[in-house]
Design a protein around this ligand. Structure first.
Ligand code: BGC
Length: 702
């Protein structure tokens, strides 16, 4: 490391102010300037969480339209979180790292670890969970995988960036304790546990100051308290002031416009240094950190890992992750798995049956090498002897043609909007209603002609998208009516809902026997879904986010604020997600951590053993987990800590650890956790072990 520092320091000494300035701001939309005479390359970056983004012109949001920038489309972070499998998160990180390096990039602008505070946030599909621990654990694993490939992960968006509405200016307001316990732990884990090399600041403000130029956040918390020694990059267009940015601890300013020399940390900063208003040492610190990052990535050596993309192995990993991400929400009368041998004809109903999602959602868009839709996955699974039909059933709002890339104008109107044209032209609406009725009637007619009906609906990237939030939780495009009518005539219809967010279930929910939830699950998503529906894979996904019965139940609505333009008060405090439902004894539609299996699991023999006594004690918690059904399967055992006597503002219990355990039919295993307990947490005296946050199977006093 010393030798590395020496190299970085010696390079720094040889740089002119102009060259240094070139290294600390975007000189292209996704790259900084290198210094050729000294062999310093530019830093090349790319989005994003679901794979490496396509190539754009260096100075405009026009895609280059290449034939060689297709990539493996990976499951989104909501899907990865639903696997509750750290090893798998690590593996997907490794795939993403290899693809990033394979495409010749240095930094992948991922993962997004913001907390899903509200089920309405448009970017929730890019984030993991409402729970800080699950988010932290999955993200840390993924970052480790990415960075093993000589590329930097850039964990984003630091911090408290949980809404898209007015995202460039809104201020997230909360107590320090809430920030520390809910919104920062995933970033802390990225730094401390995974040694992340880069952090991206957020667009929003915190304590009155934009996060990308917020000294308290970027220097005090990140560097001084946590010891982060990597590089801080702004979100694209997140900087608003030269001096603040220069002093804040930010290292690289990026933006969406092509006036690179006029960026705040470009000529304006150079001139401020020349005038003596800002010390050059500040620039040196930034450049040194960038040079050290280059060293870490072996950018100056001949033995840098080369990476690879679109390999069959990557596709296989994408499939495995997608299969583990499917969540079985409801399965009455063992409707699922369907028995392929007994089905001679099957109808898929719903726009999501056929829709491809990879290229949507905002900066997380992917130019997928391929994407298997649910319809194709089902056909691939069943083969040619089964007659598979398709009815769209519901129609998505007409998508308006976007002439330019949305990101080009994303700094306008307070944060850009990627949504479809919301014009409420009465004629168009009436025409659409008519077409929707026809589509619905056609699906209902066809539903009687097949042995089995599978509805595949939910959300898409018109709803789940960067740049805007949803305004309600109900299923869009008249799906409730369609599902309800389908279930009336075909009570055995399997309902599959897809999305990066919860959705309200209509009245139909009680009559549906089988409900399955899947996120945007990558290139193999459709096949993964089919393998679960037909029982080749036993579902083992669990919800990383509570599904409310109604939007009004959600804590950001009931106690706090959401989607406002200026300040947004996080009045629910610590009671985010299940913490709120448990505290208020509310029944959600499906609780955090919920997910069924085709087999059953029993929990017994809970034992607690002190490993270390004192102020910071350590306790070993172990129990026996048995697969009591007739299929091999995996269970996510969830360990919560809490107690009934905690203060009202505290959660009754909080997730403290989890383990995903694969067991053959009839097999048992002893599962062990090590639980740190500090005396400071008043009222924490119970350990809960559950199959979900509500299905607590074992309980013991600490
Ligand atoms: C997003 C970031 C993204 C960046 C670059 C911004 O709009 O907020 O997550 O990495 O653009 O595309």
């Amino acid at each position: 490391m010393d030798r590395e520092n020496d190299k970085a320091k010696s390079l720094l000494k040889q740089l002119t102010l102009e060259e240094k300035i070139g290294m600390i701001h975007g000189a292209e939309l996704f790259a900084t300037k290198g210094v050729e005479r000294l062999g310093i390359p530019p830093l090349k970056m790319s989005d994003g969480p679901m794979g490496v983004r396509k190539e754009y012109e260096p100075d405009s949001w026009k895609a280059l339209d290449l034939s060689d920038d297709y990539v493996t489309y990976l499951p989104c972070n909501s899907a990865i979180a639903a696997t509750w499998n750290r090893e798998l998160a690590y593996t997907i990180g490794k795939v993403l790292g290899e693809e990033t390096r394979g495409r010749g990039k240095d930094i992948i602008l991922a993962p997004g670890v913001n907390i899903k505070r509200s089920p309405l946030c448009g970017r929730n599909f890019e984030y993991y969970s409402e729970d800080p621990l699950l988010t932290a654990e999955m993200a840390a694993a993924e970052i480790k995988g990415i960075q093993e490939c000589d590329v930097a992960a850039c964990v984003k968006h630091f911090a408290a960036n949980s809404q898209e509405t007015e995202r460039l200016w809104m201020e997230s307001v909360m107590d320090d304790e809430v920030m520390e316990r809910i919104y920062l732990p995933a970033f802390y884990a990225a730094v401390k546990k995974a040694g992340v090399y880069a952090v991206m600041g957020a667009y929003n403000r915190w304590k009155g100051v934009h996060c990308c130029q917020n000294r308290e956040l970027l220097t005090h918390v990140l560097r001084e308290e946590w010891g982060f020694d990597g590089v801080v990059i702004s979100d694209w267009g997140g900087v608003h002031d030269t001096e603040l940015a220069a002093q804040s601890g930010l290292d690289i300013e990026m933006s969406v416009t092509d006036n690179f020399d006029s960026y705040y940390m470009a000529n304006p900063l150079k001139e401020a240094v020349e005038r003596g208003e800002i010390p050059e040492e500040l620039i040196d610190e930034k450049v040194l950190r960038i040079l050290k990052l280059m060293e870490r990535l072996h950018m100056f050596s001949d033995d840098r890992k080369q990476g690879c993309y679109n390999t069959p192995q990557h596709r296989q990993k994408a499939l495995e992750a997608a299969q583990e991400s499917v969540v079985l929400l409801k399965n009455e009368d063992k409707l699922l798995p369907l028995k392929p041998g007994k089905i001679t004809s099957l109808l898929v109903v719903g726009d999501n049956g056929e829709r491809l999602h990879a290229s949507g959602g905002g900066s997380a868009e992917i130019k997928a090498l391929y994407e298997i839709s649910p319809l194709m996955g089902i056909k691939m699974f069943l083969g040619g002897n089964v007659r598979v039909g398709y009815a769209r059933g519901y129609l998505v709002d007409e998508e308006t043609q976007q002439e330019e890339n949305w990101q080009e104008t994303s700094l306008e109107n307070g944060g850009g909007s990627m949504g479809a044209d919301q014009s409420s032209d009465a004629d168009r609406k009436a025409r659409m209603e008519l077409r929707r009725r026809e589509a619905r009637e056609e699906a209902l007619r066809m539903a009687l002609e097949y042995d089995q009906v599978i509805f595949v609906g939910g959300l898409n990237h018109q709803e789940d998208s960067e740049g805007h939030d949803r305004d309600c939780l109900t299923l869009p495009y008249g799906q409730d009516l369609l599902i309800q009518e389908l279930l009336k005539i075909r009570p055995d219809t399997v309902v599959v809902l897809m999305g990066g967010n919860p959705m309200e279930m209509g009245e139909w929910k009680d009559s549906a026997k089988g409900i399955v939830y899947t996120s945007y699950a990558g290139c193999e998503g459709g096949y993964a879904l089919a393998s679960v529906l037909f029982g080749a894979v036993n579902p083992s996904g669990k919800l990383p986010q509570t599904f409310p019965k109604k939007l009004s139940q959600s804590p950001d609505q009931a106690l706090g604020e959401f989607g406002l333009k200026d300040q947004v008060h996080y009045r629910e405090g610590l009671l985010v997600g299940y913490r709120y439902y448990d505290r208020k004894e509310l029944e959600p539609e499906f609780c955090f951590g919920h997910g069924l299996s085709y087999t059953s699991f029993a929990y017994d023999n809970l034992t607690l053993k002190p490993l270390k006594e004192g102020k910071q004690s350590l306790i070993e918690v172990s129990f026996r987990l048995s697969n009591t059904g007739d299929r091999d399967g995996a269970e996510v055992a969830q360990l919560y800590l809490g107690g009934p006597n905690r203060q009202e503002s505290e959660p009754v219990r909080e997730l403290i650890d989890f383990k995903k355990v694969f067991l053959k039919a009839g097999e048992s295993a002893v599962v062990t956790f090590e639980v740190p307990c500090s005396e400071e947490k008043a009222g924490v005296n119970l350990v809960y072990l559950g199959s979900s946050s509500r299905d607590i199977r074992l309980e013991a006093e600490l």
